[in-house]
Design a protein around this ligand. Structure first.
Ligand SMILES: Cc1ncc(COP(=O)(O)O)c(C=O)c1O
Length: 415
């Protein structure tokens, strides 16, 4: 079989494919500690809410028929747009209407469409790039651009603010915006749990506006839902910000519901691209959450169940690490949101990929940190930090997480 250059670009091994493969291969094998992928926790109270909604829809014949039997527009349902716009307006005062909203089949696909719309070969022959202001960043972006090498990024500042604790900061002195067509960051950040401060977001937003390029904020874990943020920060939107949201981390990943909030010109562009790529998004997630957008109960679930669940898991896991890793040279990134802990082992001689393979042989699945550093200048190849970190999903059963951490500690001690 012959593949096009587009085909060749995407069929080769990618970090994200390895990660998804590991999830499928090892899930369900007795004794395996699954600390790798980005599956949200199955929170019983939240599951019950979705199950009840599904039952109500099934019992209402016409609602079910419309949800399953009809396409919406190429970017979703008008009822959903209006309900979400009203909620965002009421909650944050943002000047959004239904015309500022699009639904795409999962926020992974939203990013694919956005990055390829903005980066790569431009009509004038130049190359447009996407700037990632804070490395490390989400592994799932790394291979998304059809034109390889379209991401540029810079080393962060590292603030070791307490014993065994640190936080990455955007190093604005390093940032070079030449040839950049968009700035993008996940907030909270996958993999580190970092949340860009309000000041950092303000400066990035100004930088983007000055250069007339969009700031794409990936809000998959952020406010108002699922709201997995432990810091008191402000969600922001303006006409220059493209806010990417998702229903995945509030417990509905299988509905593949990504949401974009952006100026109308961007929504129209996405609508055209989405029609070609997928005709229309799934309507299932939209229908499930619609009444909860209207009555605001999606905010209560986020605030009262989802966020406290993850915060308590994160605290419990950090406490365990502090006890178990005593005597090991380690540092934990400040846990400000999302569902991961990011661990830095300064004395790790073997590198994170080797550590990952050794852990896998012992039934512990994590994600090696190397994959999350991309787009950096060549001279940063030698930056040791990028080979010394791992990502751990802390959201599962604590017995499994702590058993996995015991084995991580043993392997790290071996060097
Ligand atoms: C930062 C970030 N963005 C986007 C996604 C994609 O999520 P989905 O396509 O399920 O909306 C994920 C998934 O883990 C993520 O962590």
């Amino acid at each position: 079989m012959k593949f096009s250059s587009f085909g060749e670009r995407f069929i080769n091994d990618t970090g994200i494919k390895d990660l998804v493969d590991d999830l499928g291969k090892y899930a369900g094998i007795e004794g395996t500690c699954m600390l790798g992928g980005g599956n949200p926790a199955l929170i019983p109270e939240v599951n019950e809410v979705w199950r009840k909604r599904m039952t109500d829809i099934l019992e209402n014949g016409s609602q079910y028929q419309k949800m399953m039997g009809l396409y919406g527009t190429s970017i979703g349902s008008l009822k959903f747009f209006d309900a979400l716009a009203e909620l965002l307006h009421n909650q944050y005062g943002w000047p959004v209407t239904g015309k500022n909203i699009a639904v795409i089949n999962g926020s992974q696909t939203s990013c694919f469409l956005l990055y390829n719309m903005l980066a790569g070969k431009m009509a004038d022959g130049t190359k447009g790039r996407i700037l990632l202001p804070l490395m490390p960043e989400y592994i799932g972006y790394a291979d998304q651009t059809i034109d390889p090498g379209s991401f540029v990024s810079f080393r962060p500042g590292i603030n070791e603010y307490a014993p065994n604790m640190f936080k990455y900061q955007v190093d604005f002195d390093r940032i070079d915006i030449t040839g950049v067509n968009a700035i993008t960051a996940s907030r909270p950040t996958n993999p580190t749990g970092n949340v860009l401060t309000d000041v950092e977001v303000g400066r990035l937003s100004e930088l983007a506006a000055e250069h007339d390029i969009p700031l794409i904020l990936d809000n998959a874990y952020g406010l108002p839902f699922p709201g997995i943020i432990f810091e008191d920060v402000k969600p922001v939107w303006n006409e220059n910000i493209v806010l990417s949201m998702s229903l995945s981390k509030i417990g509905l990943p299988a509905t593949r519901t990504g949401i974009i909030v952006a100026k109308e010109e961007m929504i129209e562009a996405l609508s055209a691209m989405s029609a070609v790529a997928s005709l229309a998004p799934s309507g299932v997630g939209q229908e499930i959450v619609l009444p909860m957008l209207k009555d605001g109960s999606i905010l209560d679930i986020s605030r009262e169940i989802v966020m406290p669940y993850y915060r308590s898991k994160s605290e419990q896991t950090i406490k365990y690490i502090k006890e178990r890793f005593d005597g090991i040279e380690y540092s934990i990134h400040k846990s400000e949101g999302a569902i991961f802990l990011w661990l830095w082992f300064k004395n790790l001689q073997c590198g994170s990929v080797d550590l990952y393979n050794r852990l896998k042989n012992r039934g512990v699945i994590i994600v090696p940190g190397d994959y999350f550093f991309f787009g950096l200048p060549e001279e940063d190849e030698a930056w040791e930090h990028r080979h010394q970190c791992i990502r751990v999903n802390y959201s599962g059963d604590f017995a499994e997480v702590s058993r996995g951490l015991d084995i991580i500690a043993e392997e790290v001690e071996k060097g």
